[in-house]
Design a protein around this ligand. Structure first.
Ligand SMILES: [Zn+2]
Length: 289
């Protein structure tokens, strides 16, 4: 368990579900050249990439943000008891790690006021629901679940056309809508003066990141706008499940440029622990460290 990060009058804490070498780095970043990986071996290996075995180290986690007004969970990982035949490491998980880490943060499921899903991929929606008497029910009974409108429409239509192709939408997103717990917003929505959504499209159609805190003491919870600090040095480097890699690259350049050389802390979904970085210049791109 990591220590909470205090920024002004908010705190941010990670709730880790998994961490490890889940993916082959060349399958994950399908345009990555082996020579580029070798060129950056000095700082990538072994923390971010096990270069010798071509494995990308990733964390799967939520961020718990406490403001003076709300307790907010950003992204909800993979979840338990969910069929994920395409991803053996996430298929029918039955782990107590997430719930234990959640408890260790000193909060209960009832305490969560908002669940914000940066996008609707399988590793960001899983704990939205849990199995109860054979039904998927909201895990956080008092929460509003914040979905971007075009993101929700995109995945709902996909699930309707071919449910088997997006099981996670069937068991972790649509039951939230059916339970009338969804708060459907634009991806630039302001919750209040402590929490603002920042559109960061490309990885998915209407992906958002979350800017939390007040200017000078704030953090950008990125979601999957970025998967590795290698994409700081090479913002145009896409990954295999991007909706539109070119757009994702433009988003990274724009957002990294906006927060470059500021105190804003990046809280990434998937960088290995401690998963945070600040942004500085690096040649014509950015260093995330
Ligand atoms: Zn992800």
């Amino acid at each position: 368990m990591s220590d909470p990060i205090a920024l002004g009058d908010i705190t941010i804490e990670r709730i880790v579900e998994q961490e490890g070498p889940f993916f082959d780095v060349f399958e994950f970043f399908n345009d990555l050249e082996p020579e580029v990986l070798q060129e950056h071996r000095g700082w990538l290996h072994p923390m971010f990439v096990d270069v010798d075995n071509s494995k990308l180290n990733l964390c799967v986690q939520s961020y718990l943000v406490r403001t003076p007004h709300h307790t907010i969970l950003i992204d909800s990982c993979v979840g338990n008891h969910k069929p994920r035949p395409a991803r053996p490491m996430w298929d029918m998980m039955a782990s107590d790690r997430y719930e234990k880490n959640f408890k260790a943060a000193g909060v209960t499921f009832e305490d969560i006021d908002y669940v914000m899903c940066t996008h609707l991929h399988t590793d960001h929606v899983g704990w939205n629901t849990r199995l109860e008497d054979g039904r998927w029910v909201p895990t956080f009974p008092n929460a509003r679940y914040v979905f971007a409108d075009r993101e929700l429409t995109f995945w709902s239509e996909k699930a309707e056309a071919d449910p088997e192709s997006c099981l996670w939408v069937m068991d972790s997103v649509l039951p939230i809508v059916d339970a009338d717990k969804a708060e459907i917003v634009k991806s630039d929505h302001w919750l209040n003066d402590h929490v603002q959504l920042i559109p960061s499209p490309g990885h998915t159609i209407d992906h958002y990141s979350v800017l939390a805190g007040k200017s000078g003491a704030d953090a950008l919870i990125t979601g999957d706008m970025v998967h590795s600090p290698l994409q700081g040095r090479y913002p145009e480097l896409g990954m295999f499940s991007d909706y539109d890699s070119a757009q994702a690259g433009r988003t990274r350049r724009e957002i990294f440029g906006r927060f470059c050389d500021t105190s804003t802390l990046l809280c990434t979904a998937h960088f290995p622990s401690p998963s945070t970085a600040r942004i500085t210049r690096w040649d014509d791109a950015f260093r995330l460290a």
